[in-house]
Design a protein around this ligand. Structure first.
Ligand SMILES: Nc1ncnc2c1ncn2[C@@H]1O[C@H](COP(=O)(O)OP(=O)(O)OP(=O)(O)O)[C@@H](O)[C@H]1O
Ligand SMILES: [Mg+2]
Length: 241
């Protein structure tokens, strides 16, 4: 199906986020327009301070914009209250963080179950889905282990399983390889590509060109504005990579 005939999963329309501190006004996001469809793997790329975390917080329903409209899967998120935002987050978004954010005292399967608990999935089904997600990332045999018994790359795979377990509409990854060495980075990126091929929609935030090019589309931001939006091959040509 052509893009124009599909309903977008994410639609940012004239989104701005403005911080005011005394006389200082910072346009952390400055009139962003961005449409992402189901099944895409998009990297949002930019230098430190360019506005990546700000836009990720908006896309992830963790924060609302100062102005503009954000439509997520048909819901207008831009004016939602905190409890409504939390509901949307639990139902629709799986998060992957740089520091994995696993609970150290809980086993792997308990960690993966946690978002399912917030989403109100009943106990027996939680366990089943968490084990299936761990199997998907190749860590079923370690499901009773604690996070610290794993390598960094394995811990990030657990956090990918946790993001997948709720069967979210969107996987949102914030610098998912930021804490990993280059070999493990390749492994985790390979993993994200695999779940993308299996149908997941992924938005990945990164400051690193070599990470961004593993996505199929790159959105580059600078000073809160989008300065490039296109497929990765075009990006490589334009930026001499
Ligand atoms: N809560 C806040 N109050 C005031 N200014 C903020 C706030 N959050 C972000 N900013 C400013 O908005 C701009 C964009 O910040 P943002 O955190 O989105 O950048 P980033 O691209 O994520 O950077 P990094 O790669 O360093 O994480 C920066 O100039 C930052 O100082
Ligand atoms: Mg940031």
């Amino acid at each position: 199906m052509r893009n124009s005939q599909r309903t977008p999963l994410i639609q940012l329309i004239n989104i701005s986020k403005i911080y005011t501190m005394g006389d200082l006004v910072v346009k952390a996001n400055d009139n962003l327009n961005l449409t992402i469809y189901s099944g895409e793997f998009v990297a949002i790329l930019g230098k430190s301070g360019s506005g990546k975390s700000t836009v990720m917080n908006i896309i992830g329903a963790l924060d609302i914009p100062t102005s503009g409209q954000y439509i997520l899967n048909g819901h207008d998120v831009s004016k939602m209250k905190d409890d409504e935002l939390a509901g949307i987050r639990n139902k629709m978004i799986g998060f992957i963080f740089q520091q994995y954010n696993l609970l150290p005292k809980q086993s792997l399967v308990e960690n993966v179950e946690l978002p399912l608990m917030y989403a109100g999935v009943k106990k027996s089904e939680r366990r089943e889905r968490a084990l299936a997600a761990l199997e998907k990332v190749g860590l079923l045999d370690k499901h009773k282990n604690k996070p610290k018994q794993l390598s960094g790359g394995q811990q990030q795979r657990v956090s990918i399983a946790r993001a997948l377990a709720g069967d979210p509409s969107l996987i949102l990854a914030d610098e998912p390889t930021g804490a990993l060495d280059s070999k493990t980075t390749r492994e985790v990126l390979g993993f994200l590509q695999q779940i993308h091929q299996e149908g997941s929609t992924i938005v990945m935030i990164t400051h690193d060109n070599s990470v961004a090019v593993e996505a199929e589309r790159i959105v580059r931001i600078q000073d809160g504005k989008i300065i490039f939006d296109g497929n990765t091959e075009k990006y490589k040509v334009e930026y001499n990579l």
